[in-house]
Each structure stands twice: as C-alpha cells, then as structure tokens.
Design a protein around this ligand. Structure first.
Ligand code: NAD
Length: 482
C-alpha cells in the first residue's frame, strides 16, 4: 500500500499554510533515510494559531452545545477508523514501531475520540446547600485556548487523549507535535476539517521544540498547557507558563518497577514482564524498566525472562517483529551509553535479542538487553533509559521490595505479581505511582483509566473521565433571592 504523506504545512484557522521558515526533513528510523518533510513553524506561526483559536472561541465553536461537540468527536472517531490503514502506515514509518503496535495505537486514537465524544454532554456541575435565601450552583466551563505539546513516542495516542478531552470541554486547541514524528497528527488535522470541526477549533503547528514549542509555552494568549515529554523539557515549559500564571498538566517520564513475589504465577507474568519493556523498543513513559524479584524466585524468573529475551527479534517497522528501531541516532547513542556504563561497572548482560538477518542497514537499532543484579542505586536502576533495557534486582521481603520500588525520583506506574490477596492490597497502597497493576501490566491500555504521575513523573491526570475536569474551570454562581 502506498501512502500519501501530509503536505509540509501548518493547520491554522481551518486552512493549510506554509511556514515562512521552510521545512524540516522527516527521517524513517528503520533505515535512516529522509522520506518526506514537515513545516518548520516558529513564533509567528504560533501567534497566528493562538489568534485563530481565540477567534474560534468567540465564534460558532465557542457557542456549540456540548451534544454537538460530542457528535463531531464521534464523527472524527469514525473517520480515524475509516483511515486506519493510512494512519497505521504513517505512524509506523514515522516512529519506527512495528505495524501491529502502530495499528493498536490508531485503534486507541479512535477510541479516545469516541470516549470523549460520548462524555462531552455528561460533565455537569452541582448545587451546593448554602445560607437561607441563596441558591448556589457550579458549572464546568471551557478554559479557552489549550496548548498541547506532544512527544514522538506515541504521537497518535497522546494526541487522542489530550485533544479529545480538551475539545469535548469546548476548548479551542493549538497542537505542537514532536519534530521527530508528527505525520499521524497532521492526518488527524485533515480528518478534523473533513468531518466539520469549525475553523480555528483545531490548529496544528509542527516545528522544533526550541522554536514552536517554546513559543507556544510562553504565549500569553493560551489558557492551559498539556505537556507530555521529558522532565527536563517539562521544567522549561512550567517556567514559561509560570511567567503568565497559566496552569499546566505534566505527563513526564518514569522508571516503573515490576515487583514479582515468589508465590506469583510466573508463567502468566512472563509475557508482561518482557512486553512491558520491549513495547515500542522501550520508548514508553510507563515502560516496566525495573524487574524486582523476591530472592527465592530470582534465579527461576531470570532464567525464564532470559529465554524470552534471547528469542526477541529486532527489525524495521514493516517487518513487524518484536521490536523496531529507536527514534533517532541520538536516542540509539543514549541507550548504548547506558549499556556501556553498566558494562564498565561490572554489571552483566544476562540475555540479549538479535537483529533480523534482512533488516535494512542504516536504521537505529538497539538489541533488547536484560541486565542482572543491578544495585538499586545504579544509574541503570535510577534513570530513564528510554530503550529496551530491563534492569533486574533481587529483594529480600515485602518491605525491601517497597523501599526499592519507591526509591527513584519517578512514580508513574508499578506492577505487583503475587497471589496473596492481603499483600496485593498492602503493595498497591504502598507503591508511590499514579497507576498500580496487580497481576497484569497496563490493563490493555485503558482509555477509561485516569493516568499520570507523582514525584518527577508529573502532575495532573489525562485519560478517563477525570481528565475532562483538567481541561475545564469550575465556576460557582451564588444567587441571593431572599
Ligand atoms: P521532549 O521533552 O524532548 O519533547 C516533548 C515535546 O516537547 C516535543 O514536541 C518537543 O518538540 C517539545 N519541546 C522540546 N523543547 C521544548 C521547549 N523548550 N519548549 C516547549 N516544547 C519543547 O520529550 P520526547 O523525547 O519527545 O519524549 C520522551 C519523554 O517523554 C520521556 O521522558 C517519556 O517518559 C516522556 N513521556 C511521558 C508520557 C506520559 O504520559 N507521562 C508519555 C510519553 C512520553
């Protein structure tokens, strides 16, 4: 199937515009070759987009009833489903992820629009019992213009969860996808116009983070920023937003533990223990990058996980194997530098996957690697590698498991594997994370499940019904009637 790439243009005010600064090459991580270009938006384009969004809030979009907004989102969900093959190909080529993963991401994208389309007219306020002679009520109102800064690892899914909730609440959006992968986002822009989103309600400005991203974060005309990306960039975005006293949602990194007790069903756990780190070549905020195993079961678990790792194959997105490449050359070097450091410090790579023999040359491939007996304070157990590297560490008992699991700067997700019901609950309550999974990992993606971090993993929640409140302001109206 040949795919038409979106033109290198910006979606602003319902029209596709050229960027004065020109365009940026788009590289296929599977072979390192340029295959199309995107527009290089910058501060002046961001300014035009924010004005267009403001105008939309003052026009038909700002007056559209929640029911109609919901119907438009439902139409967008159907348009995504009708264009599933194209979107899947774009996402796979752009990010390097295997086709099956890209397809799952597009299925989730449609589901986000469907979920938030259905929710749009179900967010309502309250009445508050108050003093004699008063009636008090609350309303959830749109914030105004929302900014959405999206990373390259799951462009489609992260667009869906953030844009879907913002539009459902009646905001007008300016989206800044990542320069490394944004074709699916542009395609969604095309579909949004086709299904009838009014001009200026959805604006997309591609470009570099330091140019378009920084300009968006600092723009005084926006009312909220939803940022998903690294903690370092998140801090820059927060500082920019603070200058204008604007609220932010921060969806940042993770170093998520998978905690396995000796009584767990290891065979049932095995596909998750491996899948949670190799999905998207380990470039997942919620990757299960630490494997903590009760000492009595450590050798047994490591043997099984090693066997799995040694069967894993890496190849291009089209080959649709266990893993694709990582996103770019710097990311490959970053992951390899962590492996070099581990080796230098005497840590052992217990098992590694292999390259598929006919994988294209020039791609940014990294072999999935299981590293054993990693001390909890080692960088490999503390820092987000963002690659297919699993750091395994034994623990003595429940209390040590908790202390190691909670002993990083991050707190995004965690999983615990045990058949002891009381321990499941103790661990679930004790783990410092935004989501805890018991005897599973990720619960199948869970569009409906509120998601977000504690500690350095961020704050605010996206996904689920809860996210809608994050894109709205609660207004209290007190009427004195005597
Ligand atoms: P990144 O921080 O480099 O980039 C994220 C986005 O910010 C991109 O669109 C980029 O262009 C933009 N950006 C860069 N500099 C900017 C600046 N100065 N001002 C404003 N915007 C700027 O992150 P990444 O490398 O694209 O993504 C990887 C990181 O994202 C990892 O740390 C990962 O854990 C995290 N992540 C978190 C979640 C979550 O939901 N918690 C989901 C996916 C990824």
């Amino acid at each position: 199937m040949t795919v038409a790439f979106p033109p290198p243009r910006l979606l602003i005010g319902g029209r596709w515009l050229d960027a004065e600064a020109g365009s940026i090459p788009v590289i296929n991580p599977s072979d390192g070759e340029e295959f199309t270009r995107i527009a290089r938006g910058e501060a002046r384009d961001i300014d035009t987009a924010v004005r267009a969004a403001r105008a939309a809030m003052a026009g038909p979009w700002g007056r559209m009833p929640a029911l109609e907004r919901g119907r438009l989102l439902m139409k967008l969900a159907r348009a995504v489903q009708d264009n599933q093959d194209t979107l899947t190909r774009l996402e796979a080529m752009d990010t390097g992820k295997p086709l099956k993963q890209a397809k799952a991401d597009i299925v989730a994208l449609a589901r986000y629009f469907e979920y938030y389309g259905g929710a749009a007219d179900k967010v309502h306020g309250d009445t508050v019992p108050y003093l004699d002679g008063y009636t008090v009520m609350t309303f959830w109102e749109a914030l105004g213009v929302t900014a959405h800064i999206i990373p390259w690892n799951y462009p489609a899914q992260i667009l869906g969860r953030s844009l879907g909730a913002a539009l459902a609440m009646g905001n007008a959006a300016v989206v800044k996808p990542a320069e490394d992968a944004c074709l699916s986002v542009l395609k969604v822009g095309e579909l949004a116009l086709e299904v009838g989103f009014p001009e200026g309600s959805v604006n997309i400005v591609t470009g570099y983070g330091e140019e378009a991203g920084a300009a968006l974060a600092a723009h005084p005309g926006i009312d909220h920023i939803s940022f998903t990306g690294s903690p370092e960039t998140g801090a820059l975005v927060q500082a920019a937003a603070a200058k204008n006293n604007r609220p932010v949602t921060m969806e940042l990194g993770g170093k998520s533990p998978q905690v396995v007790f000796a009584d767990a069903d290891i065979d049932a756990a095995l596909p998750f223990l491996v899948g949670a780190i190799i999905q998207n070549a380990g470039q997942t905020c919620s990757a299960g990058s630490r494997l903590l195993v009760e000492r009595g079961a450590y050798d047994r678990v490591m043997e099984k996980v090693s066997q799995r790792f040694s069967t894993l194959q890496v190849g291009s997105s089209d080959m649709d194997l266990d893993l694709g490449p990582v996103i770019n050359k710097q990311q490959k070097q970053r992951v390899e530098s962590y492996l070099d450091r581990a080796k230098k410090d005497g840590l052992k790579a217990v098992a590694q996957g292999s390259m598929a023999p006919n994988a294209p040359t020039g791609g940014y491939y990294v072999l999935p690697t299981l590293v054993g007996d990693v001390p909890p304070q080692h960088v490999l157990a503390q820092e987000e590698v963002f690659g297919p590297v699993l750091a395994a560490t034994p623990f003595r008992d429940e209390s040590e498991a908790l202390s190691i699991a909670n002993g990083t700067e991050y707190g995004l997700v965690a999983s615990v594997w045990t058949n002891d019901g009381a321990r499941q609950l103790r661990m679930a309550r004790g783990l410092k994370a935004g989501q805890v999974f018991v005897n599973n990992y990720g619960a199948g993606g869970g569009v409906e499940l509120p998601f977000g971090g504690v500690k350095r993993s961020g704050f605010g929640r996206e996904k689920g019904f809860e996210a809608l409140h994050g894109f709205a302001a609660l207004k209290t109206v007190a009427v004195k009637h005597g």
